[in-house]
Design a protein around this ligand. Sequence first.
Ligand code: 13P
Length: 294
Amino acid sequence: MIMKSPVKVAVEMAARKKIIAANWKMNLTHREVKSYADVLWAEVGVVNEIEVILIPPFTAIPALAEALEKNPVARLGAQNMHWEKCGAFTGEISAPMLRALYVNYVVLGHSERRRLFGGTDEMVNRKIIAALSAGLQPIVCVGETLAERNDERVEEVLKRQIQEGLKGVNSRHFHDLVIAYEPLWAIGTGRTATPEEAQEAHAFIRSVIASVSDPSTAARLRIQYGGSVKPENAEELLRQQDIDGALVGGASLDARSFGREWKGVRRPRAVCPPIMPGAKDEFGVFVVFHVLPK
Ligand code: 13P
């Protein structure tokens, strides 16, 4: 295994702004979003060092957009979309419709869409391409079932989902992508992947991204972890080298609890060995700084 210089790792991590997203799934009405945004604002205020995204059901998007105008604590996401711009697709929502509501992000390929609503890698691929060309940033969900993990097929599944999902995506668009690693056995079960299990999967995902794009694009791409994230486990997960954020379901429905999830993430932390600036580290790399900027 090729060891990376700790300085290189620190620089790459610093370049990837942490991204914490609240996927409300089919919860909360438009009447409840203003008080949610007010509580979140009171709890955390202006957040510059991490990116926060609220992902309500479609019906609550306009009200949340209005609430966030007053309390700009987060950006807006949507939970799904169709790949066509318009047409006879009863019950569907398109990327331009989301853009018209000032939505920035869209979750694509969530396991609940794949498992319960017939979502395939091919559909996810079409949606990713449509989202990117409309100016939306896709949060692309990947993850294995428990049976696949037990059969040691984690890498095979992740590789297929990424390669098929990103087929034909122009490499200049890779900077707008976020990947969310969400193992199905950890979603809504209370059973979180250990930081080591999650880190291993994230590092593998980054290597697959490097193989479909290039190493520097992969080093910059943000990969979130999702699956029973809560205030008690968020900090340790987010301390892992390749974990750049969290996609939170159940624990995001309470604004106060959701606000607590990233409190630890905001604290400055030394991540490199304390080497004097100007020296070379053990990998022979010239050291410019040894503490990550806040
Ligand atoms: P839980 O946090 O409820 O496990 O859900 C995770 C998820 O599916 C986020 O998209």
